[in-house]
Design a protein around this ligand. Sequence first.
Ligand SMILES: *[C@@H]1O[C@H](CO)[C@@H](O)[C@H](O)[C@H]1NC(C)=O
Length: 149
Amino acid sequence: CKTIYGVKTGNQPAGKMEYHVIPHSLPGHPDCKTIRIIYNIPPGIQHPNPGKPFTARGFPRHCYLPDSDKGRKVLRLLLVAWDRRLIFSVGTSSTTGESDTVIWNEVHHKTEFGSNLTGHGFPDPGHLDNVLEELRAQGITEDDGLMEK
Ligand SMILES: *[C@@H]1O[C@H](CO)[C@@H](O)[C@H](O)[C@H]1NC(C)=O
């Protein structure tokens, strides 16, 4: 267990995070609609590794949360994580091996809506709790969501 002093921020490159509600239910969440988050990060030049270019593959990336109380709480904390530049990082992709590319930063996202082709689909009853735990590991708790709301 590591203690984080002050507010932890990451090296996520500049980009855009948007979200909206779509009128369909996710598998496992039949009683609510769905929040779709769209992340967009263009390729650019790294700052911690000055002058070195990075690539950005597979953007815009679409992610899904149930539009439930808990799903909305996760969304609020993801917005805090985005502001602190902790959703993505620049590094080596574990799937392709490419270096100096935009990668997820230890906060899991569901990128499939109605299927599970990549293993990042629904249903997954533990998902929201897992994400809350991963956000906590990045120093983001419910209090952050309240303060910035
Ligand atoms: C989705 O795929 C992953 C990896 O193959 C698997 O562990 C998980 O159980 C699957 N989930 C569902 C709902 O089928």
